[in-house]
Design a protein around this ligand. Structure first.
Ligand SMILES: Nc1nc2c(c(=O)[nH]1)N[C@H]1C(S)=C(S)[C@@H](COP(=O)(O)O)O[C@H]1N2
Ligand SMILES: [Mo]
Length: 214
């Protein structure tokens, strides 16, 4: 656990010093690589250090909160939902970006159609098996490129990367994409998650360099 404390304090230090900030926001239409980022070919692992082993038999996903029809899915029910394939880039606030990741999973839109958020619903909080939380706006979660992914490059997403199922929100920094997700809570008010309470930006748009809290 000493290493975990070190990781968190390192990242707190980056937030305080504004590490990687260029002051030059970019346009995602013309600049594929967000400012301050560099490309990698591998896929680094980043988390709080606990990588829970969730078997398919133990997998459960709840979608609830400010919705008309709360949902609880086991693995078979999740895999029986309409499946999507997508290709997208990942951008981590620690500076690496990885292009052209091939994903398979279930679109956020499918889940939202099933649960039907209440008219007052505005936000989504992701909860994960390791205790991690992160928050986005409901409209950010509803974007067509947001997928609950189970497969990367043709293979099941391994435990280190949040398998069997993780969130993928390609147009926000990757800390918004919860690994080992077990609950998607729809809410009427915003509630900052782990990094959002620890110096990181609430909105997390990589092209606007929304790395740290102002
Ligand atoms: N459950 C959970 N999800 C998490 C994290 C975590 O600690 N726990 N870390 C976040 C952070 S800070 C990053 S950068 C990405 C890293 O995903 P990766 O390890 O698959 O690259 O996961 C995000 N999702
Ligand atoms: Mo991160």
């Amino acid at each position: 656990m000493a290493d975990i404390g070190k990781l968190i304090s390192t990242k707190l230090g980056w937030a305080r010093s504004g590490r990687l900030l260029t002051g030059k926001p970019a346009d995602p239409e013309t600049d594929r690589l967000p400012p301050g980022q560099r490309l990698v070919k591998d896929w680094p692992v980043l988390d709080l250090g606990v990588q829970p082993e969730i078997t398919r038999a133990a997998f459960r996903l709840e979608v609830n909160g400010a919705v008309e029809t709360p949902l609880r899915l086991d693995w078979d029910a999740f895999m029986a939902l309409p499946q999507t394939e997508s290709v997208s880039d990942m951008h981590c606030v620690t500076s690496w970006s990885r292009y052209d990741n091939h994903w398979q999973g279930v679109s956020s839109a499918i889940l939202l159609d099933l649960v039907r958020p209440l008219p007052a619903a505005r936000h989504v909080i992701f909860h994960a098996h390791d205790g991690y939380t992160t928050n986005v706006r409901l409209d950010q979660f509803a974007e067509p490129d947001v997928v609950l992914v189970h497969t990367w490059e043709g293979s099941p997403i391994d435990r280190r990367h949040g398998g069997p199922v993780r969130i993928l929100i390609p147009r926000l920094y990757l800390w918004k994409s919860a690994k080992w997700v077990n609950r998607i809570e729809v809410t009427t008010t915003d509630r900052p998650g782990f990094w959002e309470r620890n110096g990181y930006h609430n909105n997390a748009d990589p092209w606007l360099e929304e790395r740290y809290d102002a």
